[in-house]
Structure formats: C-alpha cells, structure tokens
Design a protein around this ligand. Structure first.
Ligand code: LRH
Ligand code: MN
Ligand code: MN
Length: 389
C-alpha cells in the first residue's frame, strides 16, 4: 500500500471540477424523463443546488451555462448572484441543436444566411462571456448527415473552418474556444466533428487559444481514450474534459461508475502529461444527466469519483514505473500501475477533508443537512427545468 503524500494532497487541493447547469434539471434520456421533487425551475435555483455540491466537497467552484437554456436578461447580475452563493459562472456552451433552421447544418450549412445566424449565436455567447467573466466558449457541433451522398463532406469541412475562424476572431484576449467532438448523434452517417483528429485540425488552424474538448462518452466502444489524452497533452491542445460514464453510447452516467479503471487510466495520463500542474490548459468538467438518481448527491458522487481516481493516479510511483518500463520488465511495470489503482484512498481523503473543514462524508452530510426537504417544500408551482430549459 502506498501512503498519500503531502505533495499528492497539495495537488488534490488545487483540483476544480466544473458542474453543468443542466445536470440539476430533469433530463437523461430520449425516453421517459422522470421528475424529481425539488428540481430547480430557474437558473438561480440550479446555481443554488450547484453551490451545495461545492460547499460540501470544496471541489466544484464553477458552473457551466448552456445558452439559450440558461437565458437571463442580465448576466452581470447572475454572476453576482453566483458569487454570493460561493460559486462562479464558468464555460459558456453554445447550442445549435434545437432550431428548425439547422436541419441541414448550422456552422456548416450551405446557406450563408443560416451560417451567419449560427455565427451570430456564438457572438451572443461571447457577449455573455464578457458579462460573466467566463474564459471558455465550448462548441459542440450537432451538424452532420444521415445518408451517403447527402452532403459534400469536404465542402462542409471548408465551411466549418470558415465559420469557426469568424467566431474565434471575435474572442477577447483572455478567452478560449474549445471544440468538442462526438462520433455520432444526432446524425448517424457523418458528423462534422466526429473525432479528436478533426477537432485538433480545426483548433490548430484557428490559433493558440483554441483547444479540443474530450467528452468521455463520445467515442466508439473500446476506443483507448487515455491514448487520446496523452497525445493531446503532448500536442498542447487538450483544453477540457466533459466527464461522464457510458456502457453503450453517450449515456451521460455518473463518471467513474461504469469503468473506474478507465477513469484512473485517463487521469494517470493527465498527471503524466502535466495536466494537473499550475498553468496547464486542462479544465475538468462534468457533462452528466441524472434521470433516476437524485441530482445533487449524484453530482457530489461524481466529483468525489474524479477526486478519488485523481488521488490514485497521483499515487503511481512514477520513478519505479519508468525504471520497470526502461528495463523491459512488463510485469513489474504493470504491478506498479495496478498497485496505485487498487489502493483505497477513501479513508485518507475523508480524514483530509475534515482537516480542511469539509465533511468527511459529503453525501451523508448532504442527507443530514435537510436541504433536500427545504427545496421540495419551497419549489412548488412554476415549471421544473428540463434538458433544454
Ligand atoms: C452533446 C453534449 C454537449 C452538449 C451537452 C448537453 O452530446 O455532450 O457537450 O453541450 O451534451
Ligand atoms: Mn459533452
Ligand atoms: Mn454528449
């Protein structure tokens, strides 16, 4: 068993995991969306719930917004509201997947007026970022085709490059563009940004402040995600993670629930590639939906899963690993790696949390806090937020 060193705890103390505002609404599947009593009706209520996660874990100081799901008149005021709750507004996610105009594409559309409409939407997102002080504009592009021959694959890439450049050029000096990829869905033959290579090609063409976003649910089954992490870190273009778990497709389940070992392997490459170091461009975010489980404890469980696997990744004895690798000692190298993975860090982390004035068991503390009962009592009337509002 390896001890958790002071350096490991210091590294963990700097970890921040952004929460998605949409995780607090009723969402999770294209089939039955089960409602939960106490679900937020407004972005302010979503922020209040997110603040509970941060208060109990110390791990989630910011909340990502989706525009227009989280539309308000005054984002400066919303930002102040968040600050009063002890959190801040983070990544602004654009949305071109709910508008009739985008049936045949948004930033890739053959019609220049529709492309301009999509570009203008991103300009509005950048305005929001100026008001909120957000650093990242995240673009997940829903564009694609369903049938061979339906669209000109090459032409769509050319139009995409042109649209992205117009958006990138509008960013402030401190702002970044993060381009998320996804293998399929909503289209099933081609997606215009289906993989990390396509995202990488576009972001490198744009400039230094453009990065790739890796959503862990957006790959073909059995893709070696940690390899992609290592490569993007090596190239200096890994901008952010959307963490979640999947068994089949884009399942958006609690991160680390389906395959904790994969999360460990990913976080090991993050550590190995300097992604935990000060000044690293890598940001952690959750992108999850909670359909059958309670949302606030679901988010608490998620950030703790990331923290626990990061602790295990930091525990890998890197000099011993390197020595075994260099000596060609396959089994010794694997043993060093597995030793860290099998180390139960939970008791040590619970103690450490208490030493920092946090509850040893944040999920139990949430259950005891009575917050769930308060929001169930208070949030009556109005319309509960769902995926999309
Ligand atoms: C697309 C996606 C993307 C969206 C979010 C709601 O599947 O992962 O990040 O913004 O879901
Ligand atoms: Mn995502
Ligand atoms: Mn997704």
């Amino acid at each position: 068993m390896r001890e958790i060193s002071k350096e490991t705890l210091d590294a963990l103390a700097t970890q921040a995991i952004e929460l998605p505002s949409w995780a607090f609404g009723n969402a999770g599947t294209r089939f039955k969306v089960f409602t939960t009593p106490g679900t937020p009706r407004t972005i302010q209520e979503k922020l209040a719930d997110a603040a509970q996660v941060n208060r109990l874990t110390g791990l989630a100081p910011s909340v990502a917004l989706h525009i227009p799901w989280d539309l308000v008149d005054d984002y400066t005021k919303l930002s102040e509201y968040a600050q009063d709750l002890g959190v801040r507004l983070g990544t602004i996610n654009s949305n071109t997947f709910q508008d009739d105009a985008y049936k045949f594409g948004s930033l890739t559309n053959v019609d220049p007026r529709i492309r301009q409409k999509a570009i203008d939407h991103h300009y509005e997102c950048i305005d929001v970022m100026h008001a909120t002080g957000s650093e990242d504009l995240k673009i997940w592009l829903p564009d694609g085709t369903n049938y061979p021959g339906q669209g000109d694959i090459r032409g769509r890439q050319d139009r995409l490059a042109d649209s992205l450049q117009k958006i990138y050029d509008r960013l402030g000096d401190e702002q970044r563009l993060v381009l998320e990829y996804k293998i399929f869905e909503p289209y099933f033959y081609t997606m215009d940004v289906p993989d990390w290579g396509t995202s990488y090609a576009h972001v490198t063409a744009l400039g230094e402040r453009a990065f790739v976003c890796l959503d862990t649910g957006h790959h073909a089954p059995s893709t070696n995600i940690e390899f992609i992490v290592a490569q993007l870190l090596r190239l200096g273009r890994l901008g952010s993670f959307d963490f979640n778990s999947r068994f089949y497709a884009d399942d958006d389940l609690i991160v680390g629930s389906a395959d904790p070992f994969q999360l460990f392997r990913i976080l090991f490459e993050v550590v190995r590639g300097g992604g935990m170091e000060a000044g690293s461009p890598v940001r952690f975010m959750l992108d999850q939906c909670h359909n059958i489980e309670d949302k606030i404890p679901g988010q608490i469980r998620s950030v703790l899963n990331v923290q626990e696997m990061t602790a295990r990744a930091l525990l890998v004895d890197q000099p011993a690993l390197r020595a075994a690798q260099d000596a060609g000692d396959v089994l010794a190298a694997n043993a060093v790696f597995m030793d860290a993975f099998y180390t139960d860090v939970r008791p040590a982390l619970a103690e450490w949390r208490e030493s920092r004035g946090l509850p040893a068991d944040p999920i139990a503390a949430y259950a005891k806090s009575g917050y769930a009962q308060v929001i169930v009592g208070e949030r009556v009337g109005g319309t509960q937020a769902g995926w999309g509002a």
